[in-house]
Ligand binder design. Structure first.
Ligand code: WQD
Length: 340
């Protein structure tokens, strides 16, 4: 069975993708530097699939270590690249950390892939490349706008680095997957989102408030031009997202790609407001959530949700799980992690 490298495979989306890759019959090798994850995620993956992935603690900024890895694992057929720093706010304060980590690692990886007989590369990108799109739903042809943060800029530049490399390396083919808002956890509650410190994202803040770790959720503004005044996003269950990675990888392994470099939006195609997410949580958990409306958060866009046609027509993939499914799985995971 094909050996697949998953960088950042102990992270939130990475670990769920490793599970789906193993279930699809692939041999998985994980590289992770443990800067935003922990090694016991391996136990969670193993508890679900019964197969413990190979794990190598490597910092992808260390070029020699990346080369040594590919000397040892020269039978890698595909790479799914999640490893990156991803805190929007932190990237504004520490831009050079983000450019060095997210882009330096990518360049060293691609330098190794171009030496392989052939390589299929899946890149973890983000709808953040669109900024506030002029038209909704957002298609893959929507213009890529001036990034709102160095984090978002590393996704845009990363896509361009991959595109330019695929043009001149005939043995390399790649797909950039532009995620909307990933939420939820595996139904077993063996793996899930593990934000370090105060969560920046909405859903972990909701579940941590409900479990009693946070006093109340601050809703960042209810004066936006939306149905209830709060921002709208396309919240996609992390399991649907993980499955899309396996489908995209298989498109490349089976040479079904139409271009050497392709992009796909991954979303449900449905927008949900912040208050609708809160209501979904209350509905599935039976808990009343403590929240207050406060001022807007700097940099937030008003509304974003995906046009899902290209992924449906080209990948044959669409989401199957609902916002309620995702909120219930996130809540079960929070309760498991806090031993409640
Ligand atoms: C969602 C909505 C907030 C927290 C970011 C990155 C994006 C991707 C996903 C990496 C917004 C509101 C949030 C809170 C709130 N990350 N909110 N109170 O900003 O859409 O996307 O995470 O790829 O690149 O930009 O996600 O979960 O932070 O916010 O009211 O305590 O929830 O204002 O409207 P976002 P988010």
């Amino acid at each position: 069975m094909d050996k697949i490298l998953v960088t950042g495979g102990l992270g939130f989306i990475g670990s769920h993708t490793v599970v789906k890759l193993q279930e699809a019959g692939y041999e998985v090798v994980i590289i992770d530097d443990l800067s935003n994850s922990s090694e016991n995620v391996l136990d969670g993956i193993t508890a679900i699939t019964g197969k413990r992935p190979i794990f190598e603690k490597i910092d992808l900024k260390e070029k020699a270590d990346v080369s040594a890895f590919f000397q040892k694992h020269n039978d890698v057929k595909g790479v799914i690249h999640f490893a990156a720093s991803k805190a929007v706010g932190e990237s504004v304060k520490e831009p050079l950390l983000y450019y060095e980590n997210n882009l330096g690692s990518l360049v060293y990886l691609l330098k190794e892939l171009k030496e392989l007989p052939e390589a299929s590369f899946i890149f973890s990108s983000s709808c953040t490349v669109y900024g506030q799109a002029d038209e909704l739903p957002i298609t893959e042809n929507a213009p890529v706008k001036q990034a709102e943060s160095p984090y978002g800029n590393t996704k845009q530049i990363g896509e361009e680095i991959i595109r330019d490399t695929c043009k001149v390396v005939p043995t390399l083919k790649a797909i950039a997957l532009r995620y909307f808002n990933p939420i939820g956890a595996h139904e077993s509650a063996e793996i899930g989102e593990l934000p370090i410190g105060v969560p920046q994202n909405l859903v972990p803040f909701i579940t941590q408030t409900a479990i009693g770790m946070r006093d109340e959720l601050s809703v960042f503004g209810d004066d936006y031009p939306t149905s209830d005044g709060t921002c709208v996003r396309d919240y996609i269950h992390v399991l649907d997202l993980a499955k899309a990675h396996v489908v995209a990888l298989q498109r490349l392994l089976q040479n079904k790609n139409k271009e050497s470099y392709e992009t796909f939006n991954l979303g449900t195609g449905k927008g949900s407001s912040v208050l609708e997410v809160v209501q979904a949580f209350e509905r599935v958990s039976g808990e009343k959530l403590n929240y207050k409306i406060v001022g807007r958060r700097e940099g937030d866009i008003i509304s974003a949700y995906a046009d899902t046609n290209k992924a449906k027509d080209e990948l044959g993939w669409k989401t199957e799980l609902s916002l309620d499914d995702a909120m219930l799985s996130a809540w079960k995971w929070e309760q498991k992690v806090r031993g409640k």
